[in-house]
Design a binder for this molecule. Structure first.
Ligand code: ARG
Length: 460
């Protein structure tokens, strides 16, 4: 029999039960649900709303149920709809009368709101910890390749020299923002909806500050209608995870390109690559491709919940039961992708000679050549034109700028001297880019040091 069967004259249709029940997925919230119920029962006892001995019996009963669930000894039923009614039913079956007093001054609406908030609050540090590990990996790999010159691209066309370290640290910068975004979401979500009741608070003399404190919230939410209706924190988490996945998928795309024979900048470790069932030569970057693919799925999770919430009148509507699966899915996806991706980057073999070779073609020192002339007094715009002509000539003849002889160079500008060859060396071009944030090794060392400090403060 259902806890709410009082005003009903018929059994619920079996298909309606299936549609209505959320226990298949919200069973995952049992820890939060029990913690919330314990705090509520203790408050009811302390405020004299129920007898202290009943409160004690409820707390003891809930703790025993928790032990049994943890040990896998409890089977939930679809008949009892969701985790809240399953646990309440179990409690009353175990402790009798007192169990029926737990739901005084409470509704499943504020109950689920507090459970879900605590769930999100608990997952954020897990993801932040994983990102901190990944940041450490990026710093280590960057440290190894501080002087490894590679072509930097715009429009996927070779543009200017950077180092592999700078590339990695660019991704590290994105992940640092993902961390602070999650931490920001964490700060804002930490207010307690418990005590909002079904929507309109309660006539009982409850102490919302007490339950908020007991559950480690900064305080109670200020409006009971908002308390049961707000899912912003779930949407914020999903938004953070979407941006994080977007970052991973960009790096995934790079790794996929870098693994190709066309680039061959990296080779994945055998443990982080897969083969083909027909082509014996294949070693595929499936990890990177799956992360790229799963990004779409996490975006879908955000869109699903945004759309479910759109147009909902206050306060609780059953549509909101649809909040859990997308959040669970996105959290599971991210918590699987981040450590695997991190391990893939940690173990991949970097091929700096191939990077250097690629950097040697495509005139990525053309800007530096123009800068050379500018340093010798020519206005940059003129220098740009002179070098453009040199590049066009070289491209026709299949040569590079540094292969031109001094007479060939001076024939276009008398400002060229012997020291141009040093200026055109890619190592010089990279190392001279000492501007704040640039690829010069000193600048990268600063970025690595700052990022390592950031990550160390957050590693588990
Ligand atoms: N299982 C429900 C959910 O996840 C709990 C709240 C039910 N409230 C209600 N008024 N039916 O949203």
């Amino acid at each position: 029999m259902k806890l709410w069967s009082g005003r009903f004259g018929k059994e619920t249709d079996a298909l309606v039960n299936r549609l209505n029940a959320s226990i298949a997925f919200d069973a995952r919230l049992y820890e939060e649900d029990i913690a919330g119920s314990i705090a509520h029962a203790q408050m009811l006892g302390a405020c004299g709303i129920i007898a202290q001995k009943d409160a004690d019996a409820i707390v003891k009963g809930l703790e025993e149920i928790r032990t049994d669930i943890r040990a896998g000894k409890v089977e939930f039923s679809e008949e009892n709809e969701d985790i809240h009614m399953n646990i309440e039913t179990l409690l009353t079956a175990r402790i009798g009368e007192a169990g029926k007093r737990l739901h005084t001054a409470r509704s499943r609406n504020d109950q689920v709101a507090v459970d879900f908030r605590m769930y999100v609050r608990g997952e954020i540090p897990v993801i932040v910890g994983q990102l901190a590990e990944f940041l450490t990996v990026l710093c280590h790999r960057a440290e190894e390749y501080k002087t490894a010159v590679m072509p930097g691209y715009t429009h996927l066309q070779r543009a200017q020299p950077v180092s592999f370290a700078q590339y990695l640290m660019a991704y590290a910068a994105m992940l640092c923002r993902d961390v602070t975004r999650l931490e920001d979401c964490q700060k804002r979500l930490n207010v307690c909806p418990l005590g909002s009741g079904a929507l309109a608070g309660t006539t009982y003399p409850i102490d919302r500050f007490m339950t908020a404190r007991a559950l480690d919230f900064d305080g109670p939410m200020g409006n009971s209608l908002d308390g049961v209706s707000d899912r912003d924190y779930a949407l914020e988490l999903l938004s953070c995870l979407c941006v994080l996945m977007m970052h991973l998928s960009r790096l995934a795309e790079e790794v996929i390109l870098w693994c190709s024979w066309e680039f061959k900048f990296v080779e994945l470790d055998d443990a982080y690559a897969t083969g083909s069932s027909i082509m014996p030569q294949k070693k595929n970057p499936d990890v990177a491709e799956l992360v790229r693919g799963k990004t779409g799925r996490v975006y879908g999770d955000l869109m699903g919940l945004l759309t479910a919430m759109k147009g909902l009148p206050l306060a609780y509507n059953k549509d909101m039961q649809e909040d859990k699966e997308p959040v669970f899915d996105a959290v599971d996806t991210v918590e699987l992708c981040v450590p695997v991706f991190s391990a893939m980057v940690e173990t991949m073999k970097v091929l700096p000679d191939n990077m250097r070779r690629a950097a040697g073609r495509g005139f990525i020192n053309a800007t530096d050549c123009a800068d050379y002339l500018t340093r010798k007094g020519m206005p940059f715009r003129d220098a740009y034109t002179v070098v453009g002509k040199l590049v066009a000539g070289c491209a026709r003849q299949g040569r590079t700028l540094e292969e031109l002889t001094l007479p060939e160079l001076t024939s276009v500008s008398p400002l060229f001297e012997e020291d141009v060859y040093e200026a055109l060396k890619l190592e010089t071009c990279m190392e001279q880019r000492k501007s704040y944030g640039g690829p010069a090794t000193g600048e990268i060392a600063r970025q690595i040091a700052e990022t390592e400090r950031f990550a160390a403060a957050r590693r588990k």
